[in-house]
Write a protein that binds this ligand. Structure first.
Ligand SMILES: [Zn+2]
Ligand SMILES: [Zn+2]
Length: 253
């Protein structure tokens, strides 16, 4: 089985009627990694993977739409399933926030916390992950995922403004999930803490991304308008992240 990413939630900033907030399941058939656990993603995850099967959870940043299932997941691990030492890779803010929510004795033994930052590289099972700090008000980490030893390359921007570009994760990205929270007409593009769809498409093109999926469109947005704006800048077809949809990451031929 090749590398895949399944959308557990892709609604930006708050949940919509048909999607929870950011959450993704990345798998190569052997290793299963949950990336971001925004509200609603714990329920969605269990339609694709049991909590016992998870090898790790990675959280990009401390904004609630990316991490607020953490204390609820801890309930499941501690009181229901008696799972211990789930590796939790996250920036310092996220680990502090979780400690605040569950108490300093509360993280262990459910989780094994592993602090990550800009340029961290880790291997989780058969997958290699590397991180890059984005342009966002709190420490936020975009991530590159690929099989240990090489293969198709997946990139996920997490949340970012235009001061970060996907090429920081390399110039050989096969599939990128890039946030496209805004439309160019709505904002002063240089000042936003998120990307417009135009910026997402242009940055992906600049990085030589082969296939682009945009995500984090808020419930008040018109997803098709975001897709069209990104597509024009990318110069090739752009797809929308859709809940419960699995995207295959194919290696460059
Ligand atoms: Zn967000
Ligand atoms: Zn954010």
């Amino acid at each position: 089985m090749g590398l895949t990413i399944t959308v557990l939630g892709c609604s930006g900033t708050w949940a919509s009627a048909d999607s929870g907030c950011s959450g993704y399941l990345v798998s190569d058939g052997t290793t299963k990694i949950w990336i971001d656990c925004g509200p609603g993603s714990l329920s969605a995850l269990q339609q694709h993977c049991s909590l016992e099967e998870l090898d790790a959870l990675v959280v990009s940043h401390s904004h609630p739409d990316h991490c607020m299932e953490l204390p609820v997941l801890r309930n499941a691990l501690k009181y229901g399933l008696h799972i211990e030492r789930l590796p939790l890779y996250a920036p310092r803010d996220v680990l502090r926030l979780l400690e605040l929510l569950v108490g300093s004795q509360g993280i262990a033994p459910s989780f094994t916390p592993r602090m990550i930052g800009d340029r961290s590289r880790v291997e989780i099972g058969t997958l290699a992950l590397s991180f890059s700090r984005t342009d966002h008000p709190v420490e936020t980490l975009a991530v590159r995922v690929e099989p240990v030893g090489g293969g198709p390359v997946l990139a996920y921007s997490a949340d970012t403004g235009p001061g970060w570009v996907p090429s920081r994760l390399g110039d050989d990205i096969d599939l990128a999930f890039i946030e496209a929270t805004l439309l160019a007409a709505e904002v002063q593009e240089a000042e936003a803490v998120h990307l417009t769809a135009r910026q997402a498409g242009a940055a992906a093109k600049e990085a030589g991304v082969r296939r682009l999926v945009i995500t984090h469109v808020p419930p008040t947005g018109d997803p098709e308008a975001h897709r069209l704006e990104a597509e024009e800048a990318f110069g090739a077809p752009v797809e929308l992240a859709r809940p419960h949809t699995t995207y295959e990451v194919d290696a460059t031929p």
